[in-house]
Ligand binder design. Structure first.
Ligand code: LLP
Length: 435
């Protein structure tokens, strides 16, 4: 997919770059992004909205993958940006991302983070809970600065996905429940606050969603809700944020829809539900993360030790693992892999890919078919662009890999590989222990 192909040498090529060359130049493990594919995904969402006739913003959910260059690219592709921490906000601002297009999420933003966002004059705060409703307003009032807010509500819709990543159900740490009445209470309170511009509501029903029915059901609940708000407060909400969660294809079993179809069915539902209630059509915002960067990313590993237990299993170990991709260990996430240096060879055996961390749960893939893998072969795991680097960690004091963007035969580092010095940089040996 994208610009990936197998070249004359039988090597996997991404963005016109031979992955065996990338591995030589930058080392492994290495995250390689197909830059053109990221851009194409951004454009597909923008096009789909242009066709819908709605006013819109597509906010890239930066939690999926963020570094300064990614912020720059997202800005260039006319995306808005969803951030959930001071760290994501700082990264975006450092890269010159236009603050007016930044939306700040999170269920427990600290005062420090809120002040930083106020100072930057970001476009919108997505207020999650009653505590934040007070704290943010106090800060805004102190500064005599009017702020745009959306209220995050949980519409009580359960998307069909992994339980750790569903978020729209009533029993959730996020947002104000619609069915409990807390959402209405929150809006009624918010509209009385002089330093708030209450622009609308936000709902995010989950992640890696393949069907549109969850979104359609959410739209129905949200339309009913804003209609109730209008009749009880006279306040109309000009913006409806429907969150992210659009699925991607990791393996054969995954059946996502094209971006344009999610948007079509979503916008049709909004048009129908709002028109039916004689409610002015809102501007629609969405927040895709995974579907922008997920399948644009590939991780390259060098195969090291191979342990064959006859009749039981063959463990093929790579030079990374749960430190650069925690998703298999955390969610049982599945991926596909190939030998990037022998990409046109037939599969010969079933093997399991182990990481190098000191625990049995550090497995990247179970039972995949490969040509007979040898030590020093290059393994490429595809679709690792979302929640791979962004969830990377230093377990076992393993340094995080570099990230490169590849396009038109050129590769450029956008995040340097961590060094051993980086790993001890924040460590302090107590002076008293030195004597
Ligand atoms: N908006 C909100 C409010 C969210 O909570 C999320 C994801 C998104 C947008 C973007 O969702 P996406 O389009 O990427 O599905 N670490 C997990 C995924 C956690 C998603 C959290 N929220 C994973 O690796 O699958």
């Amino acid at each position: 997919h994208g610009t990936s192909r197998i070249n004359e040498k039988g090597h996997l090529e991404i963005g016109g770059c031979d992955t065996t060359e990338l591995a030589k130049t930058y080392g492994t493990p290495l995250y390689v992004y197909d830059e053109a594919l990221i851009r194409e995904k951004c454009r597909a969402y923008n096009r789909a909205f242009q066709e819908s006739g709605f006013s819109y913003q597509v906010a890239y959910a930066s939690k999926a993958f963020l570094c300064m260059e990614m912020s720059r690219l997202a800005a260039e592709e006319n995306m808005s940006l969803d951030v959930v921490s001071g760290g994501e906000l700082y990264t975006a601002l450092q890269a010159g991302f236009p603050a007016g297009r930044i939306h700040f999420h999170g269920n427990n933003k600290t005062e420090e983070e809120l002040v930083m966002a106020l100072e930057a004059n970001i476009g919108c705060f997505v207020v999650d809970n009653f505590f934040e409703l007070e704290v943010l307003h106090d800060l805004a009032q102190e500064r005599e600065q009017k702020v745009n807010i959306l209220l995050r509500v949980t519409p009580g819709v359960e998307a069909h996905t992994h339980e750790y990543i569903t978020t729209g159900q009533d029993d959730s740490k996020f947002g104000f429940g619609v069915s409990s009445g807390q959402a209405l209470q929150a809006v009624k309170h918010a509209v009385t606050k002089p330093y708030y511009n209450v622009l609308g509501i936000h709902s995010h029903i989950g992640s890696q969603i393949f069907e549109t029915d969850g979104f359609v059901r959410a739209v129905e609940v949200l339309a009913t809700f804003v209609d109730t708000v209008r009749s009880e407060t006279g306040h109309t909400m000009p913006i409806l944020n429907l969150g992210g969660g659009f699925g991607i294809r990791y393996t054969e079993g995954d059946t996502p829809l094209p971006a344009v179809q999610y948007i079509k069915e979503m916008t049709d539902a909004v048009r129908e539900q709002f028109t039916q209630r004689n409610y002015p059509l809102p501007e629609i915002w969405i927040e895709p993360g995974r579907s922008i960067v997920g399948d644009a990313g590939t991780t390259l590993y060098t195969i090291g030790s191979i342990k064959d237990i006859p009749g039981i299993r063959k463990y093929v170990a790579v030079d990374g693992g749960m430190t650069d991709n925690i998703r298999p260990a955390l969610y049982g996430a599945k991926y596909e892999a190939i030998l990037a240096n022998r990409a046109n060879e037939e599969s010969k055996e079933v093997v399991s890919i182990a990481g190098k961390c000191c625990e049995s749960g550090d497995m990247l893939l179970w039972d995949i078919e490969l040509p007979e893998a040898a030590s020093r072969d290059l393994l490429a795991i595809s679709c690792t662009g979302a929640y791979g680097y962004s969830m990377a960690n230093n377990y076992n004091r393993i340094a995080r890999p570099a990230v490169v963007f590849a396009k038109d035969g050129k590769a450029q580092v956008v995040v340097e590989r961590e060094t051993l010095e980086d790993l001890v940089q924040k460590d302090r040996i107590r002076a008293s222990e030195l004597v």
